[in-house]
Design a protein around this ligand. Structure first.
Ligand code: ATP
Ligand code: MG
Length: 277
């Protein structure tokens, strides 16, 4: 269970850390959050959240238990409505109040249970609710071709048959099906909450490859992870939350595990010991 850290109460005087003036990529962010806040009754779960995600960028969202990571992605995906701040999508102000609002923008969110149907096969899961038709009949051939191509484009090679039920797949393969579904939906931003938490070494590697494949296809990824090895393997930038606030955003190229741990656990960084540019 998440430890309740009394989010926000003790960190109001803390300035977010940015390691270098070049921490932000150039251009218009795909998603920008400006001063976003969310409270649950007396619990201020998120305060003044500023976050940018650029097209094709992998941003890792890190922070201790109860820091606000899940609340933040639920706010982005429309499960919770923010009660302060503004969200922008491709430079335009947007109001995301329902999961269908985020889906319409091109945001696909993968929660840990992944919401796949175990009794349906891979193709059926990928096209669930958006089946291709040929006249009155399902166009199985086109769906199979598209499913195969999408998995191949993601370099997923371990699936034996795309007609096997999803319930028979490993955790990593299930992630692959969910990611493939997002690709078929033409998602521009894929949000993954702890995708490797329950996985072994080889399946973790497979999921990290999926993240890299998405990036190569120009899809942005917001990755929540407690595993800094994963974060350093795939992320371009790291945003750390501390007590419901952004403690800092750093480029992976400018930081190391020790600094990241410090940012997560104390909400602050010691002076950078190596040049940041
Ligand atoms: N539905 C809710 N009702 C009341 N408080 C909530 C609710 N959801 C989250 N919180 C509170 O908001 C704060 C942030 O919780 P959140 O689940 O976002 O943390 P997290 O960073 O995802 O933690 P973990 O790493 O443990 O998953 C916590 O203090 C939590 O108790
Ligand atoms: Mg969480």
């Amino acid at each position: 269970m998440a430890a309740d850290t009394g989010a926000g109460a003790r960190s109001s005087d803390r300035a977010p850390v940015t390691t270098s003036t070049a921490a932000d990529p150039a251009g218009t962010p795909l998603l920008r959050l400006s001063k976003v806040g969310k409270s649950f009754g007396p619990v201020q779960a998120l305060t003044d959240i500023d976050l940018d995600i650029y097209p094709g960028e992998v941003v890792a969202l890190v922070g201790d238990n109860g820091a606000g990571k899940s609340t933040l992605i639920k706010t982005i995906s429309g499960i919770w409505a923010p009660d302060a701040g503004q969200e922008f999508w491709e430079g335009r102000p947007v109001t995301i109040r329902h999961p269908r609002d985020s889906a319409a923008l091109g945001i696909a969110t993968m929660y840990q249970d992944l919401a796949l149907s175990d009794n349906l096969d891979i193709v059926q899961n990928m096209f669930l609710g958006r089946e291709l038709m040929r006249g009155p009949l399902l166009d199985e051939t086109s769906m199979e071709l598209a499913a195969r191509k999408t998995l191949a484009d993601l370099s997923v090679t371990t699936v034996r048959s795309i007609r096997q039920p999803v319930g028979s797949l490993s955790g990593g393969q299930r992630q692959a099906v969910a990611v493939a579904r997002a690709v078929l939906e033409k998602a521009k931003l894929v949000i993954m909450d702890e995708p490797t938490a329950a996985l072994g070494v080889s399946q973790t590697a497979m999921v990290l490859n999926l993240v890299t494949s998405l990036k190569q296809q120009g899809v942005a990824v917001l990755l929540i992870s407690h595993n800094l090895n994963d974060v350093f393997a795939v992320a371009d930038r790291i945003t750390a939350l501390y007590l419901g606030r952004v403690a800092g955003t750093v480029r992976v190229a400018d930081t190391d595990t020790q600094q990241a741990v410090q940012l997560i656990t104390t909400g602050a960084l010691a002076p950078v010991s190596h040049p940041s540019a």
